[in-house]
Write a protein that binds this ligand. Structure first.
Ligand code: BES
Ligand code: ZN
Length: 633
């Protein structure tokens, strides 16, 4: 990390901050959390470094923040009030907070700016839950989601992944608090302060520089259980044992498995935090602390593997702007799947993950197949100024990205040849924010050491098609080991061809035994394959019989529920059951496709369900579903 890196200049179109002139190197938060009125108030002190001569202004991103006062600080003392103004709000980027420094800085000068502020009701990063929405029903709950550009509604900051800063925090709260940082006081293993209605103080340190989107907070009745030496789990006390069971087997193996595949884990601890079902994502790689959902059958541990892989791809090497988001998610998905193969001791299970991912990617490519949206089919997304990356969020970055890397691995002759390159890439860019172009430059410089491989890569891989191509398919047809999927394919084919048989014949032909030996993922592939066939609209009876014999409506596993609803809604069935399900969860992966599918067949039911239950969703999910249903705020 000592070698001087020359990176392509970044110009993040989703920020209004002047991070190219002057950038935050550390931020210190002093917060008080008000659960009864749902806001955070306090201050942030930015330590800034001028990158050019003649800088007399700092511009921060902010969104729906109420500013009280801004002062310059030196050696922890306030030395003078600073002038500031907030020009008119940009719809997706928010309000640029312009702070006058009152003098001109020279390149290399430091300045500390303290902003006193509070969040507001319109904050898009924070989800506030009432006691009724928690497991115990006793206390309120708070959680955040800052990726992609929501940190600015929690902290006035330079909200671009190009800027990396360390942070420290002091938080005063009546309920236990966690941040994406090491809790120095009280440490996790010490007794928790009592929940006695008084404010207690929690202190934190994040000593590795991270982009703003990895800053996170959670608060509520949270208890801790260690899983391994550097892994543990936080959850409401009533869920702690269940949650620990879910991850116990795998947490430590995930971290050490990844260390073998990549490089040593540098973050110290890796803890998971169980969030309520309204959390909009399945997981989020917040530094040191990954929110995770539990389903009760350990089938979601690959989410933990995914988020842990971000510790290298995303958190150590970050995309410099959202155009290169695939460097985060594509590399992470590629690595997560390598890990799955390694932990299962079976290379077929690695390929199985690619097979599972294919359906969602194809659906998303189709969703973007309209004039004005095709840029979402690209791996490297050419954003225009001010486009909200949430609008283009899809599985393309994940699956096209992972397939691209897998294709490169196969082209150079397999993992043995590719893994040293993977490690070299991580070593080269750890601690930095990079663009697709930086990745490409290093890629070619690495392979130029191996002229035969370089030649193969140049001849066999169409880089432009992978990175900038549009369309409904990958640039090449990938060949996977289908041994784990074959039984699912066969069962789907069998239902497909039997679809018009009379009920009595169907009942004879199929039975619960068909899927009894299936792992959860094999059920998923069965349903996804079925969803890819012609709709069962004219063969509703077949879907009803499928329900009778397999009972998918009764399953607790949300991944199976999702795929089952997609098959049956397409056939015009079970809209009521699907609507009941989306009232209870908030994960975008489930709510968006299910709402869209209900909307196709019963638009009024979709809208009514959403309007009645939207207060239970996180603000990010609320906006996205409203848009999908044509109910834009
Ligand atoms: N970093 C993402 C979540 C994210 C991406 C939030 C972009 C906001 C903007 C996280 O790592 C993720 O990918 N979550 C997935 C689960 C994963 C197992 C594929 C999800 O939520 O579905
Ligand atoms: Zn991810």
């Amino acid at each position: 990390m000592t070698e001087e890196l020359v990176l392509h200049p970044s110009d993040d179109p989703a920020t209004q901050s002047n991070y190219d002139d002057i950038a935050t190197t550390h931020l210190h938060l002093d917060w008080t959390v008000d659960f009864s009125q749902s806001f955070i108030r306090g201050s942030v002190v930015h330590s800034l470094l001028a990158k050019k001569n003649g800088i007399n202004q700092v511009v921060f991103d902010s969104s729906f923040i109420s500013i009280k006062r801004i002062v310059e600080v030196k050696d922890e003392k306030e030395i003078g009030e600073l002038k500031w103004h907030l020009p008119k709000r940009n719809k997706s980027m928010g309000s640029a907070l312009k702070v006058e420094l009152g003098r001109e800085l020279k390149k290399g000068d430091n300045v500390e700016v303290k902003i006193e502020y509070s969040t507001t009701d319109e904050c898009t990063a924070l989800g506030w839950l009432t006691p009724e929405q928690t497991d115990s029903g006793k206390y309120a709950f708070l959680y955040s989601q800052c990726q992609a550009i929501h940190c600015r509604s929690l902290i006035p900051c330079q909200d671009t992944p190009s800027v990396k800063a360390t942070y420290s925090a002091v938080v005063h709260s009546p309920l236990p608090i966690l941040l994406s940082a090491r809790r120095t006081s009280p440490p996790p293993s010490a007794p928790q302060p009592e929940i006695d209605g008084q404010l207690h103080t929690y202190k934190f340190e994040q000593s590795i520089a991270i982009p703003s989107y990895l800053i996170a907070i959670a608060g509520g009745e949270l208890a801790f259980k260690a899983l391994g030496e550097r892994t543990g789990i936080w959850a409401e006390p009533g869920m702690l044992e269940r949650s620990a069971w879910e991850f116990q087997e795998d947490a430590e193996k995930i971290v050490s498995g990844l260390e073998e595949l990549v490089t040593p884990y540098v973050w110290g601890r890796y803890d998971a935090l169980v969030l309520p079902a309204s959390f909009p994502y399945g997981g989020m790689e917040n530094a040191n602390l990954t929110p995770a959902l539990i389903v009760g059958d350990r089938s979601q541990v690959d989410v933990l593997g995914h988020e842990a892989s971000h510790s290298w791809h995303g958190n150590l090497i970050s995309c410099s702007d959202w155009a290169s988001f695939w460097l985060n998610e594509g590399w992470t998905t590629y690595t997560e799947r390598l890990l799955t193969g390694k932990l299962h001791g079976n290379p077929a299970s690695r390929d199985f993950e690619y097979i599972i991912g294919e359906k969602a990617m194809k659906d998303d490519l189709k969703r973007f197949d309209k004039d004005g949206l095709r840029f979402g089919q690209r791996l490297h997304i050419p954003y225009e100024k001010g486009v909200d990356p949430d609008d283009v969020y899809s599985s393309v970055a994940y699956d096209k990205g992972a397939n691209f890397l897998y294709c490169l691995e196969k082209t150079v002759g397999g993992l043995e040849v590719f893994n040293p390159y993977h490690k070299a890439f991580v070593k080269k860019f750890s601690g930095h924010s990079i663009s697709t172009q930086d990745w490409l430059d290093h890629f070619w410089s690495y392979w130029s050491q191996f002229p035969e491989k370089e030649k193969l890569l140049k001849e066999k891989v169409d880089f432009d098609a992978w990175l900038n191509g549009e369309g409904l398919d990958l640039p090449v047809k990938m060949e996977y080991d289908t041994s784990l999927a074959d039984a699912s394919y066969a069962l789907a084919a069998s239902w497909d061809s039997a679809r018009s048989l009379p009920r009595e014949e169907l009942v004879k032909k199929f039975s619960k035994a068909d899927i009894e030996k299936f792992q959860t993922n094999q059920v998923i592939v069965f349903l996804e394959t079925l969803a890819g066939k012609d709709s069962f609209e004219k063969n509703q009876e077949a879907i009803e019989v499928m329900e009778e014999v397999y009972g998918f409506l009764e399953t607790k596993n949300p991944e199976i529920k999702l795929r089952n609803f997609l098959v049956s809604l397409k056939a015009g069935l079970y809209a009521t059951e699907a609507a009941a399900f989306v009232r209870t969860v908030g994960r975008l992966k489930y709510v968006r496709p299910i709402y869209r599918a209900i909307f196709e067949i019963e638009p009024e039911l979709a809208k009514k369900t959403f309007l009645e239950s939207k207060h239970l969703l996180h603000p990010i999910a609320r906006t996205m579903v409203a848009r999908d249903l044509g109910l834009e705020k």
